[in-house]
Design a protein around this ligand. Structure first.
Ligand SMILES: Cc1cc2nc3c(=O)[nH]c(=O)nc-3n(C[C@H](O)[C@H](O)[C@H](O)COP(=O)(O)OP(=O)(O)OC[C@H]3O[C@@H](n4cnc5c(N)ncnc54)[C@H](O)[C@@H]3O)c2cc1C
Length: 385
């Protein structure tokens, strides 16, 4: 007997889970999440640094963050599960006039969209927040106290559990191997567990999104790019609570996670592809940047076995793709978050569910449609970490 679902979501990470949560909250209960791994979160979700911020440069990213941070702040009330949202802030530190002006311009845009608590800070304020920083060359920065961190696995679990309480089903150990398109519309999916009849499919396959789109004959401009995270051993020389610090001169950024510190840096020598091995080479490169800013990092032990690598899902304009495929009715994309898929998961779930349910959303999702690449309507986000 063949199975029928109103909506099939391919991928059970944080994005697929949020879409399922939002669909069931809107009364669409016959939702099936298909995940090929034996448990959820083994893709990019569990590799994330968990950073959440509204300090962006484009309207759509700011609006998606404002929506999402509001959801994180009420997550337990909404899902019965914690997001572990910690509003410790993001602190961008500038060493050039151009960077400082860029932060000011961004704050004007953020304020116009309702982010009232982001503010410019002086070098003294920066060193008050993190006294261990070498800040001689810093000329100021931008700080927003409601930016911060969440636990990505916990958010995914909260969305997924509540969706299942409201009728959604989750199939683990099941890979989608084909998408059936008839007369330009979705008719079903083939899986390693048999066929499913459906009129709506959502691609929430993270770094594997382009391969899933190809199953429906569509070329999706989403490419995997390795990102590596260093986790230190117990650190007692930095404050117990301080914001995510971003050194704009190198892109190096760090934050506290429990006793340890997480260090990250966008290595521009990294090449696109499916690579998830943590490398010693990266460790050496990032520690140079880290010690330049906080000399005590030189003596802080790092166990490479506790460090990790995962993949960003990158689009040509570093904005996500949300919307229906122009050539296949019923195929929706929620892909290409370019480093922001955790923080934007609440907004993505809502926008995608609203599109499927033909509801007006909290913001017009049209600028995020995949057709923008063919039409030359790119949305350049310059505040990418
Ligand atoms: C090192 C690192 C740090 C990051 N830091 C941040 C951060 O600070 N803040 C932030 O917001 N974001 C961050 N990100 C990005 C964020 O992790 C991703 O954007 C987000 O997790 C994407 O979620 P997803 O659900 O779309 O993808 P995933 O979590 O990858 O889920 C996709 C799922 O689809 C499944 N799948 C794929 N193909 C198939 C198929 N054919 N059939 C069935 N299942 C399939 C996979 O198994 C996978 O579980 C970071 C990423 C990395 C790698």
């Amino acid at each position: 007997m063949s199975v029928t679902a109103d909506v099939v979501i391919i991928g059970g990470g944080i994005v697929g889970s949020s879409i399922a949560y939002n669909l069931t909250a809107q009364g669409c209960h016959n939702v099936l999440i298909i995940e090929r791994e034996e448990k959820q979160g083994l893709g990019s979700t569990s590799k994330s640094m968990g950073g959440v911020r509204a300090q962006f440069a484009t309207e759509i990213n700011i609006q998606m963050s404002l929506y999402s941070i509001d959801v994180f702040s009420r997550f337990e009330e909404l899902t019965g599960h914690t997001a572990d949202y910690r509003a410790h802030g993001y602190l961008f530190c500038a060493t050039t006039d151009a960077h400082l002006q860029y932060l000011r311009d961004n704050q004007d845009k953020q304020r116009a969209l309702g982010l009232t608590n982001a503010r410019m800070v002086s070098r003294d304020e920066i060193t008050q927040m993190v006294p261990q920083l070498i800040a001689d060359d810093m000329i100021g920065g931008a700080y927003c106290p409601t930016d911060g961190f969440v636990d990505p696995n916990s958010v995914m679990t909260g969305f997924s559990k509540r969706a299942r309480e409201h009728g959604a089903q989750l199939w683990l150990n099941t890979a989608v191997t084909g998408i059936r398109v008839e007369n330009g519309a979705i008719a079903g999916v083939q899986t390693t567990n048999g066929e499913i009849a459906t009129r709506v499919v959502v691609n929430a396959a993270g770094p594997w999104a382009a391969g899933v789109a190809e199953l429906a004959g569509i070329e999706l401009p989403v490419t995997p790019l390795r990102r590596q995270i260093v986790k230190t051993q117990t650190c007692d020389f930095l404050p117990a609570k301080f914001p995510m610090v971003i050194d704009m001169s190198t892109g190096f950024h760090f934050r506290r996670e429990g006793d340890a510190i997480l260090l990250a840096w966008p290595d521009n020598e990294e090449t696109y592809g499916f690579q998830t091995a943590f490398t010693h080479d990266f460790l050496e490169k990032i520690l140079v940047r880290a010690v330049e800013r906080v000399p005590q990092f030189e003596t802080l032990p790092v166990n490479p076995k506790q460090c990790w690598a995962g993949m960003y899902e990158v689009t040509p304009d570093h904005h996500c793709i949300i919307g229906e495929a122009p050539t296949v009715k019923g195929l929706f994309f929620a892909n290409g978050f370019s480093g922001h898929g955790v923080m934007h998961s609440p907004a993505t779930g809502r926008l995608t569910a609203d599109l499927i349910m033909r509801q007006q959303s909290f913001v017009d999702p049209k600028p995020l449609g995949v057709e923008r690449f063919a039409e030359g309507r790119l949305l350049e986000e310059t505040a990418v970490l």
